[in-house]
Design a protein around this ligand. Structure first.
Ligand SMILES: Cc1ncc(COP(=O)(O)O)c(C=O)c1O
Length: 377
């Protein structure tokens, strides 16, 4: 039996989304930039989706720029802001960002561009005061980047407080809200960030489509200049079916519904494997996520055994799996490399039940015992 328990990596497309994508693929035959009837029909689909996303996030439709996903949204915000400062400066971010933020920032690093990464506390949460102090101490600060919900631990970050401080200091801020959509309420007007990055596939929308919410008045240089779509902010013919699917996914899944399953799983895990430890257990966390360590075993090996038994779970960050480096998030939290290598992430979503959680506990126990026997325990 196959059990999918990796919703933070991606949420399988919802039936409503598949229907919307296929309807838009069949009906929107024109290019949304064309002035004729076929173009206008495609344009209507894009504009309607833009209005729905704006209403969902409580922002203006004009703030929504459709992109190919979270990675592109983060990159546009970073490059657009830094391109306006040829003389360089300082960027402050956190040590627990997704690679979609960390990699472009690391690439920028040069004698002109300094990067400061604020570490989280042992529970995986960035200390608001520490970040504000770093912001106040930097005199040539060009950009602040912080995520709203961490993809590995689920820990909710003080992005709203940091954004409020940045506004008073007139410092641009990017909030990566890719893992927050469907998990915590997002009010773009209240957040008032210069940029908010989003991705459709985390909420059951299509893969390869997302959005960047750009605060009114913020100018952005195009990463890939071209036909000037999205009001000159992101060139390229819009992914009309993908955008329709993104809009169709909005508001359907509430990952808070999976808190009882996650909590049931964690209490059984701690009872059956007492040496296991739940990461970020005492932090405010997204309700569907459980990241834990199993001392003495290798997370990747457990993951492969679970895969053979039909379970789809992740070890550390799914986006960087395949790489044998321990999770940078766990490292930043002060977890040692050996323990970090034992980490497994389970993220629940539609279709899951407590029976899946129970079956996973049994499979974990079997894998762990097998590995311990092999290691001569
Ligand atoms: C916090 C965060 N930011 C950015 C991304 C990248 O989004 P996408 O897969 O749409 O490029 C992810 C994907 O896992 C993520 O979790």
């Amino acid at each position: 039996m196959k059990r999918y328990l990796d919703f933070n990596a991606t949420c399988p497309p919802l039936p409503e989304v598949i229907e919307a994508v296929s309807r838009a693929s069949a009906s929107a035959i024109g290019n949304p930039s064309s002035l004729h009837w076929a173009g206008r029909a495609a344009r209507r689909i894009v504009d309607d989706a833009r209005d729905r996303l704006a209403a969902h996030l409580h922002c203006e439709s004009g703030s929504v720029v459709f992109t190919s996903g979270g990675t592109e949204s983060d990159n546009i915000a970073i490059h657009a802001t830094t391109a306006a400062h040829p003389g360089g400066g300082t960027i402050i971010t956190t040590a627990i960002e997704h690679p979609a933020v960390l990699r472009p920032l690391e690439q920028l690093q040069s004698p002109q561009w300094q990067l400061q990464q604020i570490k989280p506390n042992a529970s995986g949460v960035i200390d608001t005061q520490a970040m504000i102090e770093a912001i106040d101490a930097a005199d040539d600060l060009r950009l602040v980047c912080i995520m709203l919900v961490n993809n590995e631990s689920g820990a909710i970050q003080p992005a709203a407080e940091i954004a409020r401080h940045c506004r008073t200091r007139h410092i641009p801020i990017l909030i990566d809200a890719v893992q927050a959509l469907g998990k915590i309420a997002i009010d773009a007007t209240q957040l008032d960030a210069d940029f908010i990055a989003l991705s459709a596939h985390k909420i059951g929308g299509p893969k390869g489509v997302g959005a960047l919410i750009v605060r009114r008045g913020v100018k952005i240089a195009q990463l890939a200049p071209g036909g000037g779509q999205e009001r000159g902010r992101r060139s390229g013919t819009e992914n009309v079916p993908g955008i329709a699917g993104f809009a169709a996914a909005l508001g359907i899944i509430d990952f808070n519904d999976y808190r009882p399953i996650r909590d049931h799983f964690e209490s059984r895990l701690c009872a059956s494997i007492p040496e296991s430890s739940i990461i970020a257990a005492d932090a405010p966390r997204s309700a569907n996520t459980s990241l834990f360590t199993l001392p003495g075993v290798d997370g990747e090996t457990i993951l492969m055994q679970l895969d053979l038994a039909g379970f789809a779970v992740a070890s550390g960050s799914a986006c960087s799996s395949g790489k044998r480096e321990p999770s940078h998030v766990l490292r930043a939290m002060g977890v040692n490399d050996t323990l970090a290598r034992s980490a497994i992430r389970v993220s629940f979503g539609p279709g899951n039940s407590t029976a899946d959680a129970d079956a996973l506990i049994e499979a974990l126990l079997q894998s762990r015992n097998r590995l311990k026997q092999m290691a001569g325990f």
